[in-house]
Design a protein around this ligand. Structure first.
Ligand SMILES: NC(=O)c1ccc[n+]([C@@H]2O[C@H](COP(=O)([O-])OP(=O)(O)OC[C@H]3O[C@@H](n4cnc5c(N)ncnc54)[C@H](O)[C@@H]3O)[C@@H](O)[C@H]2O)c1
Length: 302
């Protein structure tokens, strides 16, 4: 197995001034990528701003003999997203890789959630990924090559106090899956990472267990997904504490009421076990896969 190299590749890592993003930027640069280190700075709740975080990581990369440029724009606006990608094009001539990683939390139980908390979290996680990825996709399409990694979370399984965050993160799964479909012909692969790691965002929440969850244990999976060697697209991967696992959006075989039959609610109740049964489930790679599976139910049995 040959070494995975990023020589000649240009990467954008958002929110790379600290935490997980910093480890991705350092590793991509160590393996030869020119890296745009984006970070607005600011607190774990997204308040304030401080250029030193991104600049320090750039300095660290350069001190190790790598190539990097800082960017201090916010991912949360269309102008910010465009400026981040433009930094890569102006400085290094193109963009091959985007790791959408920046973000912060505004946790509140559902009834206490304010619309400000909702907007801020949707903006920095979900809408930001559109703002950064659309201009990057345009450049990748011209070059016939691209790698996207979107950062979701195990909050997508449901987590108390994180309605805004879990909805934003689940939205990223849909975004990545559709970019995978639209990018396939242009050599653009798109995947989702679901990290668990000790960073300022999580160390209080995770308690002592955090000590087993170094951010560097997430980095190899992200590095692989960013690489030319990557053969997977439309995927989602949990990476935590040295365990790497696929997370699948699956469709069960289900129960078919029969062509032309409209079942009653009581029949749904009666067939709930079959409806919930996941043996024989498929992992649709696009809408077409579900429609094909559905259409097959309407074929007369041979
Ligand atoms: N740490 C975990 O266990 C965990 C779990 C699930 C998901 N995540 C996700 O991983 C990503 C990285 O989180 P982390 O744990 O490294 O946290 P972190 O707070 O250390 O890093 C997030 C970075 O994003 C930057 N940032 C915030 N708002 C920004 C903006 N508008 N524009 C540009 N940069 C901005 C911050 O300054 C910070 O450096 C986030 O998307 C987070 O939701 C982390």
């Amino acid at each position: 197995m040959s070494d995975i190299s990023f020589d000649g590749r240009v990467a954008v890592v958002t929110g790379a001034g600290g935490g997980l993003g910093r480890t991705y930027a350092l590793e991509l640069a160590r393996r030869g990528a020119a890296v745009v280190v984006n970070d607005l700075g600011g607190s774990v709740k997204g308040e304030g701003g401080d250029h030193t975080a991104a600049q320090k990581v750039v300095d660290e990369i350069k001190a190790a003999g790598g190539d990097a440029a800082p960017n201090f724009d916010s991912v949360s606006t269309p102008e910010g997203g465009a400026a981040i990608v433009q930094t890569a094009i102006d400085t290094f001539g193109k963009v091959d890789i985007v790791v959408n990683n920046a973000g912060f939390l505004r946790d509140k139980s559902f009834l206490k959630l304010t619309w400000d908390d909702l907007d801020a979290v949707l903006d920095v996680h979900l809408k930001a990924a559109f703002y950064v990825s659309q201009p990057a996709f345009a450049n990748m399409k011209e070059n016939g090559y691209g790698r996207f990694v979107f950062t979701a979370s195990n909050a997508t399984f449901g987590n108390f106090g994180q309605t805004n965050y879990s909805a934003a993160k689940m939205g990223l799964v849909g975004l990545s899956n559709t970019i995978a479909v639209e990018g396939a012909r242009a050599g653009i692969l798109s995947n989702v990472i679901m990290p668990v790691a000790k960073t300022r965002m999580t160390e209080e929440l995770l308690g002592e267990f955090a000590n087993y969850l170094a951010p560097e244990l997430v980095t190899p999976m992200v590095t692989y997904l960013c690489s030319e060697a990557c053969t997977t697209t439309h995927g989602a991967y949990s990476a935590a504490g040295g365990r790497y696992a696929a997370v699948k959006w699956t469709l069960g075989e289900g129960w078919f009421a029969g062509s032309g039959n409209t079942p009653t609610a009581e029949e749904i109740q009666a067939h709930l076990d079959e409806i919930n049964d996941m043996s024989g489930a498929i992992v649709p790679q696009s809408t077409t896969d579900e429609i094909m599976a559905l259409a097959a139910k309407f074929q007369p049995a041979s």
